[in-house]
Write a protein that binds this ligand. Structure first.
Ligand SMILES: [Zn+2]
Length: 252
């Protein structure tokens, strides 16, 4: 029964992961029909319905657009797998509490923001606003006993500024950080409260530095590839949601 339950959760998450990948294309362009009837970004022609089947859709079209032959489907498959794994792990930690659904929604928004940042280097305000709304919800809930987060209201307020303000100063001084990254850390900080925000940022920066190092070695010193930060900050946030509390309990 438990195995069947996880299979069902996994399948739902795969479907949603595919939807997130399509939304990452549709939202910044305002082409919402793409969500349910995806077309090739290169030639604009409608992709076969089979391409939308979770997990196997990308294989069915052999990772190519059948019309123009351009690469297609890799992003969708990655998004499906990543989202399914994150949902199952969140369920392991939070069970079927309301926090589970709140964090699944947060993960979906973060995945969308990451894919958009990787794709066109933009951080859409509509998605940031959705993350902010979840942050406000958890901030308000922190006044009540049923919040389940175990946080107090001021921890959320400190979370909003603990990383975003230093990042803002860094942005003003060096210009090495994008405005989108600062805004994301403000919204995420309100959502996570200060302890998990620091954990999230710690992991985000370490992962970004590791990948930057690998790229530096891979592409040589002349490579001037500016790494998008949103995917790393998002991954850091998910790590914080999954193991942050346990890590903090071990360290402190
Ligand atoms: Zn095409």
């Amino acid at each position: 029964m438990t195995a069947l339950f996880y299979v069902v959760v996994g399948i739902v998450a795969l479907v949603l992961g595919g939807l997130v990948a399509r939304a990452s294309h549709a939202v910044p362009r305002g082409e919402y029909k793409e969500l349910f009837a995806p077309s090739c970004p290169y030639c604009g022609k409608r992709l076969p319905h089979a391409a939308s089947i979770p997990l196997i859709g990308s294989f069915l079209i052999a990772f190519r657009c059948p019309h123009c032959g351009e690469r297609q489907g890799g992003k969708t498959l990655t998004s499906e797998l990543v989202f399914a794994v994150v949902c199952l792990l969140l369920h392991l930690v939070y069970g079927f509490s309301y926090l589970f659904f709140v964090y699944v929604l947060t993960a979906a928004l973060l995945l969308m923001l990451s894919l958009i940042d990787l794709d066109i280097r933009e951080v859409p305000h509509s998605l940031l606003f959705a993350v902010l709304l979840i942050g406000v919800l958890l901030f308000v809930f922190s006044f009540f006993d049923f919040s389940l987060t175990g946080t107090v209201w001021w921890e959320h307020l400190i979370g909003a500024v603990v990383i975003s303000v230093p990042l803002f100063v860094l942005m003003m001084v060096t210009g090495g950080v994008g405005g989108g990254d600062v805004k994301l850390m403000f919204c995420l900080g309100l959502l996570l409260a200060w302890k998990l925000t620091i954990v999230a940022f710690f992991f985000g920066v370490i992962l970004a530095a590791l990948v930057a190092l690998v790229l530096r070695i891979w592409c040589g010193k002349g490579g001037k590839y500016q790494l998008p930060l949103v995917p790393f900050l998002s991954l850091g946030a998910v790590i914080a949601l999954l193991v942050g509390e346990k890590l903090l309990a071990i360290v402190f």
